[in-house]
Design a protein around this ligand. Structure first.
Ligand SMILES: Nc1nc2c(ncn2[C@@H]2O[C@H](COP(=O)(O)OP(=O)(O)O)[C@@H](O)[C@H]2O)c(=O)[nH]1
Ligand SMILES: [Mg+2]
Length: 423
């Protein structure tokens, strides 16, 4: 049934918390900073939300199909189309076919969806592209798991079908597997098709996903945040059809945006593990070389090799320190409230004074050793190769000591906000 008024809404730059439409049944608007809905009560069972950017060739058909699916499923519903810059008359076509068109002033796929979710009034939201790639008849398959308690239902094109011409070879065998693989490696979501554009979720779960990104990386953010918020996620196999009209996705730009988002949402993977690997490599190689030259075939590796090892060790330590600061930052600034084992251990055991003591001990040991070597040199008893080896170790220790002292201060400053006072 099409029980609601149809038409294009003007751009809604109303302050949050203000009722936007005059309809008697419109519930009171509430805050919706994170992609959550502005409506408190469920007006319909399902809101079908579509983002649209210049899809004049397909939008009308998609809206018709969405309405047909709502009727077929026998549920109450609405079709919301979110536009933020079409120049081909798509919004007018969508409205003519019975969609409620909402406008977003900010550009991008993510922003369009956030506006659509904000304006949705269904108990469940089904989201899908407006390019004929998804079959709205699948609506019921998405609603059933939601009715049974799932919070988010993801379509899975790989366990369903991908029709010839629907997905490019590079997306199917390179882009999607790499990005989905990294997503699951970093965030353990277990989702088979993390970039599928057809999904449904419980509207009340929307604000728990804390959605913020404006571009195509929104698709990753939703899956990652839903998983971090421990929402109940299920998957349904679906069919993916060839697109009508031109794709708005730019593979390299958007692939990078997904990757960048995943890295920034996981400081542990971005900083801590690579830093730890660098440092372990540097320390190990330096320890071996400190004992004397090593021979690899005809090549002899003397103390000169300790310089790059020292650089690698210091770089590794700096990256780890930055990683801990980044992790703390995401905790205190509420970017990521999830606590993995590393951060739990660290927040429990880290004390600024311990960091200062450890840093001072390393700095002191390194500096005293350096001074002793200086005295030996002044006395003319400087054995070049053994002393240089020792001085590289001493310098490395001093630099790491200084870094430890100041990183401890910085981490404690960040903890002030979290715990009320330094740790
Ligand atoms: N409103 C709006 N919709 C967008 C934007 N970018 C993409 N879309 C829509 O989002 C859906 C997905 O984009 P599409 O080009 O199909 O990307 P693909 O499915 O990854 O190839 C389509 O319905 C587009 O019309 C945007 O910046 N604003
Ligand atoms: Mg598409």
């Amino acid at each position: 049934m099409r029980g609601i008024s149809v038409g294009i809404l003007s751009e809604t730059k109303v302050p949050v918390g203000v009722q936007v439409r005059p309809e008697a049944r419109t519930p009171v608007a509430v805050s919706s900073k994170t992609g959550g809905s502005r409506y408190q009560t469920d007006e319909f069972e399902v809101s079908v939300v579509m983002p649209c950017l210049n899809e004049a060739e397909s939008i009308g058909e998609c809206v018709d199909k969405a309405w047909a699916a709502i009727r077929k499923a026998g549920v109450t519903g609405e079709v919301v189309v979110s536009d933020n810059g079409s120049t081909d008359g798509s919004p007018e076509i969508a409205a003519k076919h019975g969609a409620r068109v909402v406008f977003q002033s900010l550009k991008g796929y993510g922003h369009a969806y956030m506006k659509g979710f904000e304006e949705a009034r269904g108990r469940f939201i089904l989201m899908a592209d407006s390019d004929n790639t998804y079959d709205f008849n699948d609506l019921e398959r998405f609603i059933v798991p939601l009715r049974e308690g799932a919070d988010l239902v993801m379509g899975n094109r790989f366990s369903g079908r991908i029709l010839p011409g629907a997905m490019t070879w590079s997306h199917r065998y390179i882009g999607n597997p790499i990005l989905s693989g990294l997503l699951n490696l970093f965030f353990h979501t277990g989702i088979g098709d993390a970039h599928c554009g057809m999904r449904a979720f419980r509207r009340s779960a929307c604000s728990r996903m804390q959605l913020q990104t404006g571009g195509m990386e929104f698709a990753s953010e939703m899956v990652i945040n839903a998983s971090k918020a421990e929402l109940k996620i299920s998957e349904v196999p679906i069919t993916y059809y060839p697109r009508t009209g031109e794709s708005k996705l730019e593979s390299l730009r958007d692939g990078w945006r997904h990757l960048r988002f995943m890295l920034m949402y996981s400081p542990t993977h971005l900083f801590v593990w690579p830093g730890a690997a660098l440092m372990a490599l540097g320390v190990l190689a330096m320890a071996i070389l400190a004992l004397g030259p090593i021979h690899v075939g005809d090549v002899t590796m003397g103390f000169h090799w300790m310089f790059p090892c020292s650089v690698v060790t210091i770089a590794g330590f700096q990256v780890i320190s930055l990683g801990l600061v980044a992790r703390f930052y995401s905790l205190t600034s509420h970017i990521d409230q999830h606590r993995d084992r590393l951060i739990s251990w660290f927040t429990e055991h880290f004390r600024m004074e311990s960091g200062l003591l450890l840093g001072s001990a390393m700095f002191g040991l390194g500096t005293i050793t350096g001074l002793l070597l200086l005295v030996l040199w002044l006395l003319g008893q400087f054995d070049s190769s053994a002393s240089v080896r020792l001085s590289v170790v001493a310098l490395t220790l001093s630099v790491i000591g200084i870094q430890t002292i100041f990183s401890s201060f910085l981490l404690s400053m960040m903890a002030i906000k979290r715990r009320g006072w330094v740790g």
